[in-house]
Design a protein around this ligand. Sequence first.
Ligand SMILES: [Zn+2]
Length: 617
Amino acid sequence: MAGRIRDEDIALVRERTSIVDVISEQVTLKSAGGGNLKGLCPFHEEKSPSFNVTPARNVFFCFGCGVGGDAIGFVQQVDHLTFPEAVERLAAKAGIQLRYLDDGPGSRPARSQQQGLRQRLVAAHVDAAAFYAEQLLTPDGRLAREFLAARGFDRSTAERYGCGFAPDAWDRLTKHLRQKGYTGQELVTAGLAKEARSGSLIDRFRRRLLWPIRDLGGDVIGFGARKLYDDDDGPKYLNTPESPIYKKSHVLYGIDQAKREIAKQGRAVIVEGYTDVMACHLAGVPTAVATCGTAFGTDHIGVLRRLLMDTDAYAGEIIFTFDGDAAGQKAALRAFEDDQRFVAQTFIAVSPDDMDPCELRLARGDAAVRDLIARREPMLAFALRSVLARYDLDTAEGRVAALRATAPLVARIKDRALRPEYTRKLAGDLGMEIETVQRAVGSAGRPGSPPSPVAPSTVDGPQRTVEREALKLALQYPVLAGPMFDAVDGSAYADPVHAAVRAAIGAAGGAGAAVGGVLWLERVRDQCADLAAKALVSELAVEPLRYPGAEPDPRYVAVQLARLQLPAVTRRIAELKSKLQRLNPVDHVDEHLRLFGELVPLEQHARALREQAVGGL
Ligand SMILES: [Zn+2]
């Protein structure tokens, strides 16, 4: 049995840990008056800060999602650690030697098992990084050193970023780490070793230049590895696989070094590779980070948003660098398809002559890199310009075709405040009357035109409210609302995003089968077909119900679901009645009977729903 940490040691960790220091590593905090601080909650999606820290009592509390606690609780939740793991992590930072209840002499093995898995995996990575860095300086590391030198990185830069070399051997690292006491299982779980066909463990990375990848807190959690030799038939870049500590959708290379500047300048620059991050930092763009082996996604936005907080609301800039090729332009066009919440804050910097920031710095110096970032352009403007470039705007035919291609894009801009601005800009670029462009944008946005995944909701008023309420009940109170909710199918939802969430709940097994909580929400999110639906799930999971009391009762659920169904049922009744009126009962006896047979029970159902809908409130 592994020992428990002594209570007095836990108390000491609490006493010696500043909750402000711990939280500041993840969340930018601003003064909230009265000695308190506030920031954007790392546990739920929000635009204005409801996450409060009270240094005097060493606690935090979020008014948005209700999460709160002390520094240990924060570390537990933000890094998904167990209580002892969180205590161990904070103790290590505070330099406190923990004692365990059965921690007698000679109990070291028990002790190391006790140490949390996360700690073990991070420690293995730290030891691996030291091993690789040492290898870089050996004769075998010559090619890796030359690679760095050719890109303008000297030895001190290589040291600052912890660059290393994985030697040309099957299991040098694995043997080294086994000698240091790590188990084979730990090395496999960490992604540092893998099982060979023979069954023995071999190193994951061989003959490659390595960059240690760190999390926000500075812990090494993985590696990026670049191919050096022509006869290496692997991909150009290899990364650590998903592990308990390495989630590629969250990982941003360089974030540990860039985070303070990102928070200070209110801006993050997204580049494509490890060398681009280094080049930018050296050139005086200290806010650069890169994704590792994956496209920039919503989880990355989440990581950055917590740093990019201006006084009261999110107001930062995210700047993407592209090397001006077709891939970059395609990526920019996603501006109109993805989650558009931050589109107004998204910028594109296109480097000249197809050079990435690393090449640019080599060819033209540090100032050229700073200049590249300074000349950024709003993402929407860039995307429209890329489309317009495909047409010959000198001819009337070209201008009309260009309008036809761009009007749907402008119609798709979710932020209504931006749409008139881009309509005006488009009119200017095309040399057309603004009314002409307005009309084209207007008709492109109407139903009947090609569907857009992010079309603004055309459903409003009470129907919208009741749809949201039903979804909130299913997400927040599946045990209570589940069976009634599941009985109403997706056709009752007029708003397409609401319908998508309803479908995701069904695909997640239905609300009736759920027990609720974070896992339930995760399951639903996983089933969402698009980002808009995913974002809505997060929003509805925390939005308070309109129910006046503390906890909704079954009657409230019944009322909401009745109100939800009524419009669709009423519509169907009106349809049936109008068909029956147009039908001659003598000539179409069978059809008449069929329609009538549908109408009668439907009217009964509508009456029952109407009674139920007003019954409650
Ligand atoms: Zn919160």
